[in-house]
Design a protein around this ligand. Structure first.
Ligand code: B1M
Length: 210
């Protein structure tokens, strides 16, 4: 079995202690950091499918999430470069009611490496908390909202609409996460949408420079 395949299997089976070492070995074998990341993302898809079929439960999803996070820690220095420019400050969070943070953390990582100062509010972030963070931090020119559950899409809508109706100016709002589409982003009044962490950084730059 190739090292990258071993990483995949260990994320799928939630072996958090083994994943960092295997990720390092996969890198040492010459695999690109981006390919290892994609393999781990695919593993989470497998776990999600098993959950849908009743072959895995919440604890298994949690263990896989922990294993993937440990693997991402090893890749982080390779996925992010040093950015000399400052593009402003981005407030990021997973919307209220939603506890999924791996995708949000990847987006935060890519935004940081693109040159944003990132203020990460974590998960289960209410519209009011986003608003407070815009007021508390200087030069916030981007708000990034992540959401993974169809059931929390109303809270993403509420967040975007609260931000837009707040009277505060000078920032753009980008949204994303598995159930989010460009159509939905347009419909709820977001300024931008991205389907993955890499394109979120590209879109974010476009938005703040526009
Ligand atoms: Co949950 N969960 N989960 N879960 N979970 C999903 C999302 C699910 C699809 C699984 C399934 O049924 N197949 C399903 C949602 C179904 C739906 O709504 N349609 C689901 C469910 C149902 C639930 C619970 C309700 C289960 C329950 O309790 N009965 C519960 C909800 C808890 C809550 O949030 N209130 C729950 C709980 C959990 C855990 C806590 C156990 C754990 C999360 C731990 C953590 O995040 N620290 C968990 C996990 C791990 C998953 C799966 C298996 C993996 C998620 C993940 O990390 N993927 C997931 C199945 C799946 O994704 N296929 C599932 C990898 C990650 C890199 O991808 O987050 O999509 P993702 O991010 C991507 C893009 O979406 C995008 O970029 C990233 C890639 O580069 N992106 C953005 C994300 N945010 C963005 C923001 C942007 C732009 C792009 O701009 C701002």
């Amino acid at each position: 079995m190739s090292k990258i395949q071993e990483v995949k299997t260990m994320v799928e089976t939630g072996k958090a202690k083994l994943v960092p070492g295997l990720v390092q070995e996969a890198l040492d074998e010459g695999n690109a950091a981006g390919d290892i990341l994609q393999a781990m993302i695919a593993s989470m898809g497998v776990v999600g499918d098993k959950f849908s079929k009743g072959e895995a439960y919440v604890p298994e999803m949690l263990m896989s999430a922990k294993a993937m996070s440990k693997g991402v820690d090893v890749l982080k220095p390779l996925l992010t470069g040093e950015s000399s420019s400052s593009l402003g400050t981005c407030v990021i969070g997973t919307v209220q009611g939603d506890l999924h943070d791996i995708g949000k953390n990847l987006v935060a990582m890519m935004l940081e490496s693109a040159g944003f100062n990132v203020v990460d509010l974590g998960v289960d972030v209410s519209a009011d908390k986003f608003l407070e963070a815009i007021k508390q931090n200087q030069n916030v020119n981007l708000v990034a909202c992540s959401g993974l559950l169809t059931t929390t899409m109303p809270s993403m809508r509420e967040t975007v609409q609260t931000l837009k109706a707040s009277g505060l100016t000078g920032f753009k709002v980008i949204v994303g996460g598995a159930p989010v589409t460009q159509e939905m982003a347009d419909e709820i009044g977001a300024d931008g949408f991205a389907s993955d962490a890499g394109s979120a950084a590209v879109k974010a730059k476009e938005l703040v420079k526009a």
